[in-house]
Write a protein of this length. Structure first.
Length: 154
């Protein structure tokens, strides 16, 4: 399963509103969970709420922290969180190879996010409030999964 987050800053420009944290199955690309938070919520704090089951958890650099790696170890899950370089501490060659592998599998998440944005117009919240936002996300995720399943049957 893969975790995905939507950033708060793009090209040093701040965006205010909501952020989606999405759990996607890597085998078929179905959305298996997720929720909406205010945009100022840190991604690392939402990690534990998303991780429920699976054998390996693949996540982008937004979830990189020792706390999250400990959570995976305690739940006996394989750590697939991408490594993040720090100032004056560049990534090692092994870490770059691991990041490249994780990136090669995360394309299913990117496809799911892109479909939600383009096909379901989920690039902007239609409603104000977390309850309504979470409901919109869940309805879009259900519609996405049903449409994906129907396409697989044909």
């Amino acid at each position: 399963m893969i975790l995905m987050q939507h950033g708060l800053k793009k090209r040093n420009r701040s965006y205010y509103g909501y952020k989606g944290h999405i759990l996607v199955d890597t085998e078929e690309g179905f959305i298996t969970g997720g929720h909406i938070t205010p945009a100022n919520t840190a991604d690392t704090t939402e990690f534990e709420k998303l991780v429920t089951e699976g054998s390996i958890i693949l996540a982008d650099k937004g979830y990189a922290s020792e706390k999250n790696r400990t959570i995976l170890a305690n739940k006996k899950l394989k750590d697939g969180i991408m490594y993040k370089a720090a100032r004056y501490k560049p990534l090692t060659a092994a870490q770059r190879i691991i990041n490249r592998f994780i990136s090669s599998v995360r394309y299913k998440v990117e496809q799911s996010i892109g479909t939600l944005k383009r096909g379901y117009h989920f690039f902007r919240m239609r409603y104000i409030g977390l309850k309504k936002g979470n409901m919109e996300f869940l309805l879009n995720a259900m519609a996405f999964n049903l449409k994906k399943e129907a396409a697989m049957i044909e």
